[in-house]
Design a protein around this ligand. Sequence first.
Ligand SMILES: [Zn+2]
Length: 655
Amino acid sequence: MNSKLVSKIFNAALLVLTNILFIQCVSPDSNMKIKEGEIPSFGAADWSKKMAKVQPVAINNIQVAGYLGKRIDRNLESLMLGLKSPIPKVFEAAAQGVEPPEYRLAADSDLYKWLEGACYVFMRTGNEKLKKEIDRITDLIIEVQDEDGYINAQKNQKQRWDPKVKHDLYIAGHLYEAAVAHFRATKETRLLEAASRWADYQIREYDNKNEYFTTTALREHSEYELGLLRLYRATGKEDYLKFSQTLTKELCSVEGPTIQQVKAGGGQHAVRVGYLLAGMADLYLESGRDDLIEHLEGLWDYINTTSTYATGAVGSHGENYSILPYDLPHERKDHDSRHLAETCASVAHILFTWRMHAIDPQSKYFDAIEKTLYNHYLGAIALDGKGSFYYNPMRMVGDLSKKSDHGFVPINARCMLPEVNGTSCCMTNCWRFMGALPEYLYSFDDKGVFVNLYSSSKINQSLKDGRRIGLSVETEYPFDGRVEVVFTGETATAFSLRLRIPAWCKTAAVKWPGQNRKTVESGKYLRIDRQWKSGDKVELQFDMPIRMIEPNSMVKADMGKVVFARGPLVYCLESEDVSFPVERAMVVNMKPEEVTERVVAHWYPDLLEGIHKLKVPGLVDEEEVDLILIPWFVRANRSDSAQWTIHLHQEGRIK
Ligand SMILES: [Zn+2]
């Protein structure tokens, strides 16, 4: 796509968005409409059904095992350990009226994100110990709330609506999301009511022309708009829908840096862009304007094509998108940290992508989520779940002694709980995203079920007309491409089963009762319409040959280098496996079609909980060596001083 066309699309998108949001005001209604008997069982995926083509299989209707289940299960212990970190201390001090701990940016939001994640985990596990902590944290938040609804536990923040901090609305957005999750998990309304008091106060301040809204709010951190939409759906108070639309409209129309946020990044903060676009997609699901979705899909395609790393990460210029397309450096040398690919940026982009799937369930959306989930996101988190990286550069080599990962030293080790980074947005986003992850695996519509992500799991879901769909999936994915999907319903039922055939898979085969083994096209959902009876089995085989991915000629940093991948996982060379500096390694000259012959994968069941290592023929200072690669998402789990690189120079390639 040439730059003029891109610019035209984004300007058109901006104009359309501004007009839509201006027209789509609704009449205010201040009466909360909570009906406890009607509380649905879903967690994070509470978008409007008005325009959604699919709904997620809700958290209470799914059991996740397999690899994803193992990682999801560790979230509970991680959350409990988080309570020993500085995160709750700011509220504890405020509630007791004692000296606040050291000031930390947007620290209130960290506890709200803890609570949101904890509520999803409680929905799934019913863990009583966790519930006691949820109750205690909820009490603390309500205790700290001022009479007029305002909440700020950081009593050492200089003033309300602090224009220097610029996070008042962002923090509120996270409380709204936590309050909605709390309501769904506990059926209690007290935190939802506290969140409503705060939202009502903010709307009053806006109506009273509080200058924060004219000077600072539009340069704030997006999240508020999305949180308000969720609060609207939980409470039925249309004021919140209206206010969310008003702020989104202003974010899209104001002159200044934020105008760039809708231009697919355009040098802007990647987390803010992700939350803003997720909010806009959510607003489409409420309002249903087709011209809005046209532009959102264009923005998504642009980000995915021009601004996403091999790991699915976004945010290549510090915490921002680059102003230029295809500007994807593997590390930053001009900074005291490796400072790119923030964990939160990928979570925010997944939130946007998930809503795009709800709007139009094309397989490209879950191809992208899978890539980011397995590589960037799970790779950011320690294998035991008890720590995370803030930045996730593709390459970590050389003298790292004076570098930090957002204040945490050493840079090439994760900050482990109960310690957290100076700003702890990433660890807390890991908690809430991991809590919500079960709802990403399956979706359904009136015709049947979509399988989006493969991990051993079971679902039991009713369709609109009452048909009940029971499915059981068995697989060793992401390490093995064999997947069995069994219909477990007691009554024979006709429905449509759609199975995502990943785009990375060049040879996929399938068979089911009455259908001999056949190959199927990848990068699509395979649709099987039939009458299913109990025990009917679909067998999928996604071949996972080792792939050598050649450089994207548009990306300067990629030139002369290749990346190895197997299935959805990208691999790296880590210093733990070789006796030479990883940056001196070079892959021998070979073509992608020779890789099957020359590169070997071997399964190590006891290494890093079970991984394949790849043995790649390489050179170091012209001497032949074996380059031993491991999946990038398990890097930095054997040492606090490991070095690694995903992209490897290849002999004979032009740099
Ligand atoms: Zn973060």
